[in-house]
Design a protein around this ligand. Structure first.
Ligand code: HEM
Length: 397
């Protein structure tokens, strides 16, 4: 079995710049590694397609945070209810129940109805670019999904920036002591905010998702708040990076950019390729072995954490021809960027809609789109977190 990968491994600049090269060098040693992440926990990382995809839907790997939640206890507060009572943190039958309730209020038809509004927000943001240059993350990739999810939920626009800060702290656990404290404060603030919001909607319902979920009266208060937090965080921390990483991939591969401009009908296919090639979620959320088990010959003791590197799975040469090449015409693209199995991303139709409109409109309206800084000046968001993306992406046009 390969040696244990140290905690720091996921935080090195080398890994952050190109995790795919690091995974390629590890591949020969095996599809699964013991890993010290988070420090002090018995954890494993899977990097191949066969075992990674299977693990994402293995009923022996539990998502039950309350049963195996020492990890979250280490980063949240005792009374913090953000993480342990939503669909991504429970197993069936609770998972089935919670997912069904939210799906009712979040149907593909409802998502399709958002198309004109997503287009209008996209156009407004591009109208705001000035002087032939923009910082694409702050001025475009971040505001678009956050405006959409806040409007869907019914969060007032003046509260958006506050949420951006909270959500960034919540999604990127670093285990540095001061960070843990700030994260706990963000968790408390988010919980209090949603509690107040639900109360307001209970008194005075509106045409939004919070009112719809409150009115169903099928969720406990704890489940309701936990679900809203999941939707808010999952609803924008990811799509920002589909847009950012996707645009960067095109700018680095001018032949693919030209091809997409020449054949805009390839856009849906291109979005799938961006998701595979450099997707927003580097690692799955953790799963816990509910019994002693074996994966690819490695014994996993009961209680151990199992992560799947979604990024590495998407570059598995056994499944993807020339995995390191961006190819927007790729067919049979079996990436797992939205997960797999019962926890498959509920927001995938919304993310795809936003990604297509955002990138399609940028290409249409900015024919001279180009990188606005030297490659070395691009800065990435923190590594080691679940999401992978840029903190800045200057463009010229
Ligand atoms: C679950 C990725 C956008 C809501 C997931 C999972 C992944 C994922 C990988 C499964 C995690 C696991 O099994 O460990 C993405 C990506 C997105 C995106 C790459 C953007 C490109 C969204 C949006 C929403 C959303 C826009 C909602 C508004 C959810 C929910 C779950 C989920 C509710 C939990 C589903 C369950 O447990 O049954 N997402 N997501 N996601 N996502 Fe997304």
């Amino acid at each position: 079995m390969p040696e244990k990968l140290p905690f720091e491994f996921l935080f090195t600049p080398e890994f952050s710049r190109d995790p795919y090269a690091v995974y390629a060098s590890l591949r020969e040693q095996g599809p699964i590694f013991p890993i010290d992440f988070p420090p002090g926990f018995d954890a494993y990382l899977i990097i191949d397609h066969e075992h990674g995809r299977a693990a994402l839907n293995d009923p022996r790997l539990s998502k039950d945070m309350q049963r195996f939640g020492d990890y979250f206890k280490a980063i949240a507060t005792e009374d913090d209810i953000l993480f342990d009572s939503n669909m991504l943190s429970v197993d069936p039958p609770d998972h089935t129940r919670l997912r069904r309730i939210v799906s009712k209020a979040f149907t593909p038809r409802r998502v399709e109805e958002l198309r004109p509004r997503v287009q209008a927000i996209t156009d407004e943001l591009i109208d705001g670019f000035e002087g032939g240059a923009a910082e694409l993350i702050d001025e475009f990739a971040f505001p678009l999904p956050i405006i959409v999810i806040c409007e869907l939920l019914g969060i007032p626009s003046q509260d958006r920036d506050q949420f951006r800060e909270w959500s960034s702290l919540l999604v990127n656990p670093t285990f540095v002591p001061e960070e843990v404290e700030r994260r706990r404060a963000a968790a408390r603030a988010t919980t209090a905010y949603f509690r107040r919001m639900c109360e307001e909607r209970r008194q005075e319902p509106r045409d939004d998702l919070i009112s719809a979920l409150v009115a169903m009266e099928e969720l406990t208060e704890k489940e309701l708040i936990s679900t809203l937090s999941l939707l808010l965080i999952a609803g924008h921390e990811t799509t920002v990076n589909l847009i950012g990483n996707g645009v960067l991939a095109l700018l680095r591969n001018p032949d693919q950019l030209d091809l997409l401009r020449a054949k805009p009908e390839l856009l849906p296919n291109a979005i799938e390729e961006f998701l595979r090639y450099d997707g927003p979620v580097e690692r799955s959320t953790p799963r816990f072995a509910s019994e002693d088990l074996e994966i690819a010959g490695t014994r996993i003791p009961r209680g151990a954490m199992v992560h799947v590197s979604i990024g590495a799975v998407g570059r598995d040469p056994e499944v993807f021809a020339e995995p390191d090449r961006l190819d927007i015409t790729r067919t049979d693209n079996r990436h797992v960027a939205f997960g797999h199995g019962i926890h498959f991303c509920l927001g995938a139709p919304l993310a795809r809609l936003e990604g297509q409109i955002a990138i399609g409109t940028l290409l249409e309206r900015l024919p001279q789109l180009a990188l606005g800084c030297a490659e070395e000046e691009l800065s990435r968001r923190l590594t080691g977190s679940v999401v992978r993306g840029l903190s800045r992406l200057p463009i010229r046009f």
